[in-house]
Design a protein around this ligand. Structure first.
Ligand SMILES: [Fe+2]
Length: 182
């Protein structure tokens, strides 16, 4: 429960956002743990996966997403980077990487350049098995009120990935094949 308590610390003034965030994060955590428990080809730190999934979107309050009750100054797509900064400053280095690498199928230097995002030009692709699991599981859940805990069908997620480009869909399919092969 420490991750939920930690998350709440940053959303005390904003119950509306906290309720959306916690419901979303718990859905992602549940799917992530299920995937982690099914993996046989390597060892996975399941407890870390759970807590990291609870924290993966902690940075959203620093971004602008009015429908989520977030009135920060940065573009929403950068929430992973701001979460990374926050967790790093709290000494949660390993958890910080999860925030930084979960957006889309991971932001590349090219993505950051193309979108002129106000974040460092650093490759933010998921590398560890835990980073890959949370990045992948997150794609199955939206932050739409009423549908927060409802898992999207695989083909819908693939369609969304395709809307960001063929390369993103390919990377998503790679994650899918890796995490469903055991
Ligand atoms: Fe998320």
């Amino acid at each position: 429960m420490w991750a939920e308590t930690f998350l709440e610390r940053f959303y005390k003034q904003n119950r509306y956002t906290y309720n959306i965030l916690l419901t979303h994060s718990m859905a992602v955590a549940e799917k992530s743990v299920k995937i982690a428990q099914g993996i046989r080809f390597t060892t996975v730190d399941v407890e870390f996966v759970y807590n990291a999934a609870i924290l993966h979107d902690i940075g959203i309050f620093m971004t602008r997403a009015e429908r989520l009750g977030c009135y920060g100054r940065y573009p929403y797509i950068t929430h992973g980077y701001w979460g990374y900064r926050l967790l790093q400053s709290e000494g949660l280095i390993k958890y910080a990487r999860i925030c930084q690498t979960h957006v889309g199928v991971g932001l590349t230097i090219d993505d950051i350049k193309t979108m002129s995002l106000p974040i460092p030009l650093v490759d933010m692709i998921p590398l560890s098995i835990e980073e890959k699991i949370i990045c992948y599981a997150d794609k199955f859940f939206t932050k739409k009120q009423g549908n927060l805990a409802k898992e999207l069908p695989l083909e819908k997620v693939r369609g969304q990935m395709m809307s960001y480009g063929k390369e993103k869909l390919l990377r998503f399919d790679e994650l899918h094949n890796l995490l469903n092969c055991s």
